[in-house]
Design a protein around this ligand. Structure first.
Ligand code: ZN
Length: 196
């Protein structure tokens, strides 16, 4: 168990597609603990294995607040089995220190994964809650997709990236999300912005 160095935006490791875990070995359990230790040390809501240099399909999330007990959720080989609706999500990422921007996300998701013991579970997160958005953010990391690929406003995203000394949005990686954009504009959902 250790606090690992978080890989920053610009490193190709973040753009690689991660491999499925074939066996919940000691190595995977150590990876999970390292992810949790590193996420808590950096006050993050979630962290995916590629962010600490392991291109494996594993991520962790904890959406508990300061006055609640810790509530880590471990996702190994996750599959998003249902998604619907759309919300604007004001997001950051531990690989992009202090750079936040508005992105499009599904409002509701259902994910199937294995826990740290290899036991399958299903988790549903609705109403654009932090967990729903974090699942999508972390899941993307496993496919080499970054939150800025979902940005709603390139100029806004580039401005903050530039301020933080980070590379601009790679426009060739932007994800086409006309349906989500339309839904966000037609049915705006007010979400608190202070939790990330
Ligand atoms: Zn991230």
């Amino acid at each position: 168990m250790a606090i690992k160095k978080i890989i920053s935006y610009g490193d190709e490791t973040l753009r690689k597609k991660s491999k499925e875990v074939s066996k919940i070995s000691k190595k995977i359990q150590t990876l999970v603990h390292d992810l949790l230790d590193t996420m808590y040390a950096k006050n993050g809501v979630g962290l995916a294995a590629p962010q600490i240099g392991e291109n494996l399909r594993v991520f962790v999330i904890d959406v508990s607040t300061n006055n609640e007990p810790l509530n880590p959720i471990v996702f190994i080989n996750p599959k998003i089995i249902k998604k619907s609706g759309a919300v604007n999500s004001y997001e950051g990422c531990l690989s992009f220190p202090e750079a936040y921007t508005n992105v499009r996300r599904y409002k509701n998701v259902m994910v199937k994964a294995l826990d740290i013991h290899g036991k399958p579970f299903v988790k549903e997160a609705t109403d654009g809650c932090l967990l729903a958005r974090a699942i999508q953010h972390e899941f993307d990391h496993l496919d080499g997709i970054l939150f800025i690929d979902h940005c709603r406003n390139i100029e806004e995203a580039n401005k903050i990236l530039e301020e933080k000394g980070l590379q601009h949005v790679d426009e060739s990686r932007l994800i086409q999300e006309e349906e989500l954009e339309k839904e966000i504009q037609e049915n705006p959902v007010e979400l608190p912005q202070d939790e990330e």
